[in-house]
Write a protein that binds this ligand. Structure first.
Ligand SMILES: Cc1cc2nc3c(=O)[nH]c(=O)nc-3n(C[C@H](O)[C@H](O)[C@H](O)COP(=O)(O)OP(=O)(O)OC[C@H]3O[C@@H](n4cnc5c(N)ncnc54)[C@H](O)[C@@H]3O)c2cc1C
Length: 340
């Protein structure tokens, strides 16, 4: 069953399942799926995935390659570390913070494995993982060989890379190389954090603790005691719209501030949570056994015994509501698995 391997705890069985602890095992698993003619799904920590009730009629491979290796001679102002795809992401962040290595401290508390971090270019509190990635080593299913893709070949953008867009399914990430700043200062790009420290520049360790505390208050860290954390994190991306669209929305909210951020190419990013709330979906809104978290509008949670169909049902209600109210199409963030 795949449900226990995901943070939403929904989803049916996999036909085959394998944990790969070496690059050779990963290549052999791909070989098996191809020789048997069955589909392949790469699973990390299942924290950004919605598996259908029917499950996955193919081979699910979990990349469990471990290890954090500091590159020889990478002294000086930066340190280069190669990390196995199967390393727990937050464990790696903690490893870096303990050693005063800066660059990923704002990404504390994000669940999942390191191999998945480049896939949607994880980000939080003004930091994105692409800022520190040097290269990504993968098994390329097209050429049937291991390749190393430099940062500029990964097509990183907001919650996007080649791994979840035009080349989705092609590469199996086996390790990621990072460049971190030795004794670097933490990044404080977010109002929440600035006010937390009252203008003072914190230590890296304090930044990590603050990020985790803020996330915990929103149920954005996995905690078996917290029913609101039975989620896939933010279920929707913040939509990026043409400026005229934003202006039309702002005009319809006479005198009220419509939150927004400038995005590349003169476009405007509007917080999905704001749109969802204004479309009438509030924290705690329930559809059968699926709900909006009572602590975070962007998180859809399994309120107990939810099916994947119920999660999708709530997602569809929200997407339709926002579309009808604002003419904006919300796109889900998690990968949907086993849906036709
Ligand atoms: C409570 C909570 C909070 C979250 N907060 C954030 C946040 O602040 N910011 C953010 O960006 N995300 C957040 N997320 C989403 C999620 O944690 C990240 O996207 C994470 O990187 C997913 O890792 P995973 O190992 O669980 O991947 P999975 O969910 O297992 O997989 C996600 C996708 O990556 C692919 N994949 C996984 N491993 C590999 C690999 N080795 N090679 C190739 N493809 C692979 C899968 O096929 C799938 O398409 C949150 C999730 C939860 C549950």
């Amino acid at each position: 069953m795949l449900a226990p391997l995901t943070t939403l705890k929904v989803g049916g069985p996999a036909r085959f399942f394998v944990r790969c602890e070496t690059e050779e095992e990963a290549a052999a698993a791909v070989e098996f799926s191809e020789s048997e003619g069955i589909p392949l799904l790469v699973l990390g920590g299942g924290s950004n995935m919605l598996v259908s009730d029917a499950g996955f009629d193919g081979l699910v491979m979990q990349v469990a390659i471990k290890g954090i290796l500091a590159e020889d001679g990478s002294g000086g102002e930066t340190r280069v570390l190669t990390v196995g795809a199967g390393e727990d992401w937050d464990g790696f962040v903690s490893y870096c913070v303990e050693r005063d290595l800066a660059g990923i401290e704002c990404l504390s508390g994000i669940p999942g494995l390191t191999g998945a971090a480049p896939v949607q270019n994880i980000g939080a509190y003004g930091q994105e993982v692409s800022e520190t990635i040097v290269s990504v080593r993968c098994f390329d299913r097209k050429t049937r060989s291991f390749v190393t893709l430099g940062n500029d070949e990964c097509g990183f953008a907001y919650r996007k890379s080649i791994f979840n867009s035009d080349q989705a399914g092609r590469y199996i990430i086996v390790s990621v190389r990072f460049r971190l700043a030795v004794n670097g200062r933490p990044k404080i790009a977010y109002g929440d954090l600035r006010s937390h420290f009252g203008g003072r520049e914190p230590e890296l360790r304090e930044m990590r603790e603050a990020v985790i505390a803020i996330r915990r208050a929103k149920s954005m860290v996995i905690d078996p005691e917290d029913p609101n954390s039975l989620s896939a994190g933010s279920f929707f991306k913040n939509p990026i719209v043409p400026k005229v669209k934003y202006e039309a929305i702002a005009a319809s909210f006479d005198g009220q501030e419509v939150p927004h951020f400038n995005a590349e190419g003169g476009l405007v990013k509007i917080p999905a949570a704001w749109l969802i709330e204004r479309a009438g979906f509030h924290k705690g809104y329930r559809f059968k056994n699926a709900s909006i978290s009572s602590r975070h509008t962007l998180a859809i949670i399994n309120s107990g015994g939810a099916t994947a169909a119920e999660i999708v049902g709530l997602k569809d209600l929200i997407v339709r509501g926002v579309k009808d109210r604002f003419g904006v199409e919300l796109l889900p963030e998690p990968t949907f698995v086993g849906f036709s």
